[in-house]
Write a protein that binds this ligand. Sequence first.
Ligand SMILES: CC(C)(COP(=O)(O)OP(=O)(O)OC[C@H]1O[C@@H](n2cnc3c(N)ncnc32)[C@H](O)[C@@H]1OP(=O)(O)O)[C@@H](O)C(=O)NCCC(=O)NCCS
Length: 212
Amino acid sequence: MHRIELPALWPGVDAGLMFIGDRIGGEDSRLSRAMKRVHQSRCARSLAVELLAQQGIDAKQICKGPMGEPLWPTGCVGSLSHTDQHAAAVVARNTACRALGIDVEEDAPLPPDTDALILRDEERGQLDAVREVVPGADRLLFCAKECVHKAIHPLRGAWLEFQDVAVRLDIDAGRFTVHPATPPARHAFDGLRSEGRFLQHEGQLLAVLVLF
Ligand SMILES: CC(C)(COP(=O)(O)OP(=O)(O)OC[C@H]1O[C@@H](n2cnc3c(N)ncnc32)[C@H](O)[C@@H]1OP(=O)(O)O)[C@@H](O)C(=O)NCCC(=O)NCCS
């Protein structure tokens, strides 16, 4: 298990990515899928506690809310993500931003049958130009939309669908922008400004969304 250094994203916002694959035993592990999820979840939480400590905030644990959302110490916001191989967390004081979302996914195309559920027509045009650099360009859009859910749901109580927002990628800058595309999304994003960043790391995509 080791921490992967990430570049600074926004002032006052600390994100971390941790390789955890070797701790779970890889393909040969006899741990059940549920046990692995518990382990991954703990890794993401301990990373978040470390990041909060970096900001001078003493959090013993990060509990889970009724809708699955992490419960942050008073005055803090954050988000968690985990896969078989990686755990990720992002935290900030609520003076730095209003909400955060983070998601890690494999840098590989989405299964063809999920495409219609995830992508809006206006998002498809950008994908061909991007695939050479990001093999999972369509999955990066999915990743960005998962960040939207993790940031907007705890803040506004809105449960948006994938079709409710359109994501625009700026591959050279490692940034993405989120555009509310339906009335529920425009309502949820009312008065908020969002900025997204993404990174590629050894076959993984990491996306982080901040709401100001
Ligand atoms: C909840 C969801 C985002 C989790 O994503 P995932 O890829 O399965 O799993 P990840 O490891 O990336 O994230 C899991 C973490 O998400 C966080 N999470 C779950 N529900 C959440 C919520 N309502 N709000 C904020 N964060 C939430 C939790 O911290 C969870 O970790 P934990 O189970 O260890 O506590 C996803 O399963 C889901 O329901 N998505 C549908 C909603 C959506 O994305 N709509 C698109 C909006 S544009």
